[in-house]
Design a protein around this ligand. Structure first.
Ligand SMILES: *[C@@H]1O[C@H](CO)[C@@H](O)[C@H](O)[C@H]1NC(C)=O
Ligand SMILES: *[C@@H]1O[C@H](CO)[C@@H](O)[C@H](O)[C@H]1NC(C)=O
Ligand SMILES: *[C@@H]1O[C@H](CO)[C@@H](O)[C@H](O)[C@H]1NC(C)=O
Ligand SMILES: *[C@@H]1O[C@H](CO)[C@@H](O)[C@H](O)[C@H]1NC(C)=O
Ligand SMILES: *[C@@H]1O[C@H](CO)[C@@H](O)[C@H](O)[C@H]1NC(C)=O
Ligand SMILES: *[C@@H]1O[C@H](CO)[C@@H](O)[C@H](O)[C@H]1NC(C)=O
Ligand SMILES: *[C@@H]1O[C@H](CO)[C@@H](O)[C@H](O)[C@H]1NC(C)=O
Ligand SMILES: *[C@@H]1O[C@H](CO)[C@@H](O)[C@H](O)[C@H]1NC(C)=O
Ligand SMILES: *[C@@H]1O[C@H](CO)[C@@H](O)[C@H](O)[C@H]1NC(C)=O
Ligand SMILES: *[C@@H]1O[C@H](CO)[C@@H](O)[C@H](O)[C@H]1NC(C)=O
Ligand SMILES: [Cu+2]
Length: 574
């Protein structure tokens, strides 16, 4: 099995021919501007996609190539676009990570991204900028459509897209987070659903809540996408239970639940059976609040949107004076070891197959600057001088030398390149170990998101990871593939460096490339909570990527189009 996957990795190598995009029509076009934009009835200078927050919904086919042209119409800021959850299925420079896999798109330039989601990855995703704090507003839904018959039947689908509103600008927030003294962004001012929401101070309301319209008796697939900057939310729909059928782009066995708990970066599809006309008459209601509360923050923000049936007369500007549902608390380990893949995964790596365990200690370091460390180092997009993938192409970075250093270092981290290198064929167990801050003991909750192929989530717990104990729990579990799972904190404070929760993953190293793994809280990213992994040696990365012309290797090179020049683009998949 290992050998087979190994070969598959190489079978992905492509001709990679250079094409002039002079008369090329990409399937989708996105235009990104920075402008004053009104959210929650507040004007804020924001980076927006096609003039809206969220950006337009993109639907792309599973198993086929899609080209997406992204224009940076800003005059003073770089941009990238990341296809959250689809990394391993993008062409080599198409993952949209500025210091890892590509030079950012300079002001007034555009870039053609090439994506081909593999069969088995149909589901709910989103796209967002990976530069600074831009993704607070520069993001939008990305749906990978099934090429196979749907495993579940439903009448229609609805989107529930969550994002945060902060009244400070991106620049103020970014500057504050790296300043001495450190200045926090402040808490989210509003959690938005499909771009709609309001401040808690907006009462009586001037700003309408989001409305999800349903018809009696029908079955809906609700796609919940958490594109929040910070907020970890608990959500429930008054009088409606749902069944989870998809997590992060993979169908699951149905799991009934009365609430969802979602961190930044996660997606779930659920089936919702709408009330029948007679049930509505019995309940004497034609609208139901969708209630959400933020978790693990110093203050709880509770917000609403509406599930509306035809002929509802309640004004969407009115919020209930008292929350109709109990205000939720965190469920540590929510649905861990419970949610199962719809079709069993034959290739789940057993403990015996694991060739290396990498434990990453994560804690906050409070000194002049407040930063997040992974094995004593922070990483931000400003760490490398040039993107790692470019350096590998140019022969300036040798992943094999980094690998030797990382192994010699004992913890899997190469302090010179600030990367976690791995070899093709390794079976990794990655353990994220939460610890109390230096020097105040504070602990936080982190949604950990991996680029690259989705990993098997093998659970989480309090204290320190114990493989023997977890193996017992896995005996009755059926681990699922995910790209974002939560490292819980279990408590607000402990002693500095004391373990306070872990999350563990298993993955086979098959796809050569440069992949990021990071906390998806945008503030934490800016404070250093990111890691970069190189998979494979230089030959393997170049073989998988194919021959590349110089067009990608310089900032603003000819792979980047502008008003006078069409880009020269490598066609990787076709
Ligand atoms: C975004 O806007 C551009 C130009 O305004 C338009 O051509 C394109 O179709 C829009 N994209 C989507 C996905 O709606
Ligand atoms: C945005 O609004 C602010 C405050 O109202 C104003 O000072 C600024 O000029 C506006 N910027 C743009 C680009 O319209
Ligand atoms: C854009 O990225 C380039 C290359 O990393 C960098 O030199 C430049 O300072 C960036 N520009 C801005 C406005 O951040
Ligand atoms: C931003 O929100 C904070 C509450 O988080 C409030 O104190 C402040 O006045 C707001 N600022 C503006 C300009 O609205
Ligand atoms: C899930 O909910 C559905 C609809 O209410 C019900 O028919 C089914 O029995 C439930 N499944 C489980 C395992 O509880
Ligand atoms: C909604 O109201 C319209 C007009 O009053 C009426 O014709 C229709 O039957 C109502 N629909 C339902 C589902 O009650
Ligand atoms: C959440 O915790 C608080 C404080 O412990 C408690 O009062 C409240 O009832 C809890 N809420 C729920 C829904 O369990
Ligand atoms: C962590 O904080 C301590 C002081 O609390 C400081 O001496 C040390 O340099 C900091 N470490 C890093 C990597 O910033
Ligand atoms: C791990 O758990 C097993 C079984 O409970 C126990 O025997 C062992 O001592 C634990 N290992 C560590 C390092 O705590
Ligand atoms: C447009 O792109 C071409 C080719 O990469 C480059 O020579 C030219 O300087 C660019 N123009 C601007 C205004 O950046
Ligand atoms: Cu975090």
């Amino acid at each position: 099995m290992l050998g087979l996957l190994f070969l598959l990795g190489f079978a992905a190598a492509r001709q990679n021919t250079a094409v002039s995009h002079e008369s090329f029509y990409p399937e989708h076009v996105l235009r990104v501007t920075a402008q004053n934009y009104s959210l929650a009835c507040q004007d804020r200078y924001s980076v927006v996609i096609n003039g809206s927050v969220p950006g337009p919904e993109l639907r792309i086919p599973e198993g086929k190539v899609t080209w997406i042209r992204v224009y940076n119409d800003m005059s003073d800021a770089n941009l990238t676009m990341h296809w959250h959850g689809l990394t391993a299925f993008t062409a080599p420079f198409s993952d949209g990570t500025p210091a890892a896999s590509q030079w950012p798109i300079p002001p007034n330039h555009f870039f053609d991204y090439e994506i081909r989601p593999e069969i088995g990855y149909a589901g709910s995703y989103f796209y967002h900028s990976h530069v600074g704090f831009q993704a607070v507003s520069a993001s939008g839904p990305l749906i990978v459509e099934d090429s196979q018959p749907l495993p579940y039947t439903y009448d229609e689908e609805r989107l529930v897209y969550l994002s945060d509103f902060f009244n400070k600008t991106d620049k103020t927030i970014e500057d504050g987070l790296v300043a001495d003294p450190f200045t926090w962004s402040g808490e989210t001012n509003a959690v938005l659903v499909n771009g709609n929401g309001r401040l808690t101070t907006d009462d009586p309301g001037t700003c309408a809540l989001a409305s999800i319209n349903v018809e009696p008796g029908k079955t809906y697939r609700l796609r919940f996408i958490a594109s929040t900057a910070l907020s970890f939310v608990s959500l429930a729909i008054d009088s409606h239970d749902v069944a989870i059928i998809e997590a992060d782009g993979h169908y699951t066995k149905p799991l009934n639940t009365s609430y969802l708990q979602m961190s930044s970066g996660q997606r779930y599809s659920v089936l919702l059976k709408a009330k029948t006309e007679s049930e509505l008459e019995q309940l004497n209601k034609r609208h139901f609040y969708i209630q959400f509360s933020t978790l693990e923050r110093p203050s709880v923000l509770t917000g609403f949107s509406l599930l509306e049936y035809p002929n509802n007369t309640v004004d969407a500007r009115v919020v209930p004076s008292e929350p109709p549902l109990p205000v939720a608390n965190t469920t540590n380990g929510w649905i861990d070891y419970q949610l199962q893949p719809l079709v069993p995964h034959e290739d789940f790596p057993t403990l015996e197959e694991v060739t290396r365990r990498v434990t990453i200690q994560m804690y906050q370091n409070v000194s002049q600057h407040t930063i997040w460390l992974q094995n004593e180092y922070p990483w931000t997009e400003h760490v490398p001088q040039s993107p790692y993938l470019i350096d590998i192409y140019e022969g300036k970075l040798d992943p094999d030398t980094s690998y030797q250093r990382a192994i010699a270092n004992g913890d899997g981290f190469d302090k010179i390149t600030k990367t976690f290198p791995a070899k093709i064929g390794e079976v990794l167990e990655i353990v994220w170990q939460n610890e109390g801050a230096v020097s105040n003991g504070g602990v936080d909750t982190h949604p950990l998101h991996a680029h690259g192929r989705h990993y098997f989530d093998i659970g989480g717990g309090d204290g320190v990871y114990n493989a023997t104990e977890n193996e017992e729990r896995l005996k009755t579990a059926h681990p699922i593939l995910r790209d974002t799972t939560v490292l819980y904190r279990y408590r607000e404070k402990t002693t500095p460096r004391a373990p306070s929760g872990w999350r563990a993953w298993r993955l086979r190293v098959t796809d050569a490339g440069v992949w990021m793994i990071h906390c998806h809280v945008l503030q934490h990213m800016i404070m250093g909570m990111q890691t970069v992994w190189t998979f494979g040696d230089r030959d393997e990365i170049l073989t998988q990527g194919g021959p590349v012309t110089g067009s990608y290797l310089t900032y603003g090179g000819s792979a980047y189009g502008n008003s006078t020049h069409s880009p020269i683009v490598q066609h990787y998949f076709d």
